[in-house]
Write a protein that binds this ligand. Sequence first.
Ligand SMILES: [Fe+2]
Ligand SMILES: [Fe+2]
Length: 342
Amino acid sequence: MAGSKEKIAGTMEFPPPTPQPNIYPLSWENVTTKLQEVWEASQREYWDPEKLPWDTFDVTKYTWEQRESIAYWWTILSVFDASAPPVFASALIKTYELHEEDVVRRCFFSVTRDEQNHEQMCGLVITKLLEHPDPITYEPKTDIGRRLQKNAKWLYYNGGRYWDGFKNAVPKYSLAVLFSSFLMGEIAAATIFHQMAAGCKELVFKEGFSKIGKDEGRHMAIVLTLMERDYPKLSDEDKTIITKQIRAGYLFLSAVLFEPPLEFWDVPEDFIENQREGERYAREAGFFIPDYETKKENWKKAMLNLKGVLDKYDTEFPAIPEVGITGKEISDIDMEDIIPVF
Ligand SMILES: [Fe+2]
Ligand SMILES: [Fe+2]
């Protein structure tokens, strides 16, 4: 083989074929035309978190307990949303490596961009409420603030454990496997954000949540469309991984959508108690967080939705006894198995 710096253009009329897979497709083929609509909606519905009506958001009308408690909720969300941009950016790179259709590449680009917005939104709210841009180095002013910060530190520690696993997993897994995890996050996210948009009193929260909810709905549509395309030819091996991934995703996302299952999340004993108390302060301030039963009902509905999709493609569903769903027993899941998405 010729050295990479050796010029060959003088020796032949056309260059040799570029070894594949190559990071860039020089092709804009579109087959899954349904996705064009989603892409167009993403262009139309693009929003800028900085342009929300921040001038109406007067944090001084809240007590410090309330401010720290609402900021805590956004901190939990950030544990998930701050990892979404790099996660979807890796998926975007994968669509290029695989020479996915042009419209699929655009759709993944739009998801990455949306998730970056969601992350920005978390940052803007937290910074306003705490008058500090970082909930971990912030100095709490109240007792509940201190306890919630301890929670936040444990969440952050837990979330920090999956990135290496994820990086190793992305090249191994097919996009189809990634989709099932993505769908799980999107279904759950779309529900909770619409509820919060409807229930929150503060205008910036209402607007932010309804925009985020809309974004998540589009992400869901993208994933569903691609599953329709790819799942009829799913291999048995992929099916097994998907079943496991659903269980992993359930355990992982429970921390934001329900309560962290203690067999999976390594958090101290007083964690849930502190969190519930924080939620009470936040609700009292007009910040809507669904109560325990509503969260459970949401989560169950999301899981049944997902089960409905997977049943169509003969893919076994894991048992989720926490919300009363029977299925294949899956044990020994670790943070490193997680394909995190939200
Ligand atoms: Fe998101
Ligand atoms: Fe999303």
